[in-house]
Ligand binder design. Structure first.
Ligand SMILES: [Zn+2]
Length: 213
């Protein structure tokens, strides 16, 4: 049997002696009373775009769903395995989160794969190609736009896909009903891993800008 990765064990030791120690009470309270996060974040699996790190959040604050390219599929109760939809249902119906943030990021490998299915590092494989097809026909349209540079195409699709996911969120009856009642807010965000900048989506226009603070 191969050994459990040392790097993880060392990190766990630091966590127990640092953060867990500092937040012991909070963990104990959360264990007793259960979680009540106010925000659901739908983010990419990318190792550089962890929502808990970016938002500097503590235990119990964020309910996080991560998948390749932070996509939300449309509502489709068809008996298939829908991990993102199941997590969304749990967050909205049971945890009653008040905000849902779809957070994309720069240099997303999933988005690159949607623009060029043969590009490294992601190949269509058995699942990725089908998963990223959630973005067609938009991805093919952008792919064919020769006025844009490859970098511009990439950023454009990263942001358009966030708007696409937010539109798909509204196809879930539980989301639509609570949003219409003013009990649930949907947001888009895009994180630039190279500069650390966070851009947020304007609900009315769909444009992204740096939040004024
Ligand atoms: Zn990504």
């Amino acid at each position: 049997m191969s050994a459990f990765p040392d790097r993880l064990l060392a990190g766990y030791d630091r966590f127990m002696n640092g953060r867990y120690d500092e937040e012991r009470e909070r963990y104990r309270e959360l264990a007793e009373k259960g979680q009540k996060p106010q925000t659901l974040v739908i983010a990419c699996c990318d190792s550089r775009a962890a929502p808990e790190t970016i938002f500097n959040s503590g235990p119990g604050e964020l309910f996080v769903v991560r998948n390749v390219a932070n996509l939300v599929p449309p509502y489709a109760p068809d008996g298939e395995f829908h991990s993102t939809s199941a997590a969304l249902e749990f967050a909205v119906q049971s945890l009653r989160v008040r905000d849902i943030v779809v957070m994309g990021h720069g240099r997303c490998g999933g988005i690159s794969a949607a623009l060029d299915p043969n590009a490294e590092p992601l190949s269509p494989g058995d699942f990725i190609g089908r998963w990223m097809s959630l973005l067609t026909p938009v991805s093919s349209e952008i792919q064919q736009n020769t006025l844009l540079t490859p970098g511009e195409r990439q950023t454009a699709l990263e942001r358009i896909s966030i708007r696409n996911s937010i539109a798909n969120l509204r196809t879930f009856p539980c989301v639509k009903i609570l949003e219409d009642k003013g009990k649930l807010n949907l947001h888009g965000a895009w994180f630039d891993i190279s500069t650390g900048e966070l851009w947020v989506m304007n609900d009315a226009t769909g444009d992204f800008s740096r939040p004024g603070r």
